[in-house]
Design a protein around this ligand. Sequence first.
Ligand code: ZN
Length: 257
Amino acid sequence: MARHKGKGWHGRLLAAALGVTVAAAATSVWTAQAESAGGRPPQARVSAPAQDRTVAKVAADIAHASDRGPRGVNITIDDGPDPVWTPQVLQLLEDNGAKATFCMVGTQAEAYPDLVKAVVAAGHRLCNHTVSHDTTMDTRSEAYQSQQILDAERMIIKASGGVRPQYYRAPGGAFTPYSRQLAASRGMRPLGWNVDTRDFERPGVDTMVATVKKEISDGPTVLFHDAGGDRSQTVAALGEVLPWLKQQGYSFGFPVR
Ligand SMILES: [Zn+2]
């Protein structure tokens, strides 16, 4: 997990997600929230039910494989939903007969429940990407981690109309053994990635497409984003990558659970 490479753009994501323009301001907001959350006992912040017989526990190790086997590709779309970009991504997926996994930020899901429902209605899967996308999750208290995961779970389920997220992806890959076990106990398989398009840095469409072509042999799970800024390069790259993958004989699947 190349978290050291991602901290910069995740900082910018936080700023965008908050609707503020100064990254430093966003950082201080998150720090304040984290400290207040970390200082409380777990019970005070955990709002999801501890016991839910409808939830089947899944494996707690980080998934990288595809349920479509060795020629399967898992398209993953992170940090949304977003009213500008998510509909465009959904259209491209539909045009190419592709299913994807959407790793949603709790506050975004809460703000755009119709988009969450549209994602589900199109046959895609949901992934819990925490409430507020704190890439320092792995340095925080267990109480804070559980609040971030369980509150996001609740927000996504409410927005989707009752459909559960089937995966958990730590922001920036900041997993801990505790967060993996907690997510797995709630039926959310920890989800990593193999191919990082680095679309958040807007490296250019050709570069992103070339990254996928070069690295897809490393593993099936490809990381894109549908929020956090201008994602027009992502949309354009998906428009090239999805047909290319099909031409190469890949099929679109979901991460194993
Ligand atoms: Zn993310």
